[in-house]
Write a new protein. Sequence first.
Length: 344
Amino acid sequence: MSLVSPVKDSYVFFGMSLVSPVKDSYVFVDMSLVSPVKDSYVFVDMSLVSHLCPYSSAHPLVSLQFYSSTCVPTVLLIHLCPYSSTHPLVSLQFCSSTCVPTVLLIHLCPYSSAHPLVSLQFYSSTCVPTVLLIHLCPYSSTHPLVSLQFCSSTCVPTVLLIHLCPYSSAHPLVSLQFYSSTCVPTVLLIHLCPYSSTHPLVSLQFCSSTCVPTVLLIHLCPYSSAHPLVSLQFYSSTCVPTVLLIHLCPYSSTHPLVSLQFCSSTCVPTVLLIHLCPYSSAHPLVSLQFYSSTCVPTVLLIHLCPYSSTHPLVSLQFCSSTCVPTVLLIHLCSYSSAQPVLAL
């Protein structure tokens, strides 16, 4: 999830994409996944294009690619490269490792039903109750927990890798921290370290694009009075009433803080819910769940609803911005046949 930009203090991403100041070197191993299969990823699916650049017409589209590390052949790194015919786009699918059944891998593959999808759920660690683990499993409860681990690359010591491994004392849980790269001061990296107070936290900041006022950019900066907290809010688009947009605004009395929290479901104790609410307990829980689409069984949709069965489903959609056609926006819209579903 690291962000890098050629412009100092402008850590911008559109969607989940990243940009690098070094030409043709869009390499970020912090989202890498352990895989026993070398070069087993194919790259297609034009529907999930993302932007990897500060807002400018000078930067081409880039694709999210995986390639094998020459120094660590069993580790797959994320290669972010300019979009071209040799680097087509991909869709994100999940499947389990056949030779390492306890480790679940993220596969980038063409959109098809050849790769079994998995559910993304959150579980409490029994030994560390206050820490949340990410459980990647087929749509069942038969797979063991895996913890999200970071380790330093031996060939690139300043870069962190993500390992997916079974939870054990040898793979302790980590907390998500941010720190500045000493070798690249303008780059903020994601530091996953054992939970302690030794690493400085930073706040996630938002600002409006000066060239595109209607587009909000994400800034990552150390928390200070110069970088006040912002709230994450949802509102309905007046021009597209069925679409829920994410409203990022400076914190104020009219835009109260919204905290992202996890809590246990009383009826489903093994599932953790995301609590989106003003900084109080007055608002209902919102659960983030995956389920199979009946019309598109191979696609998993995101179910965002108050903790009840009365609210309509919403799917995570990508669409082109009408004012900025080269930028893809994420739309949260009511699930219907009029809103086609894309695979994540």
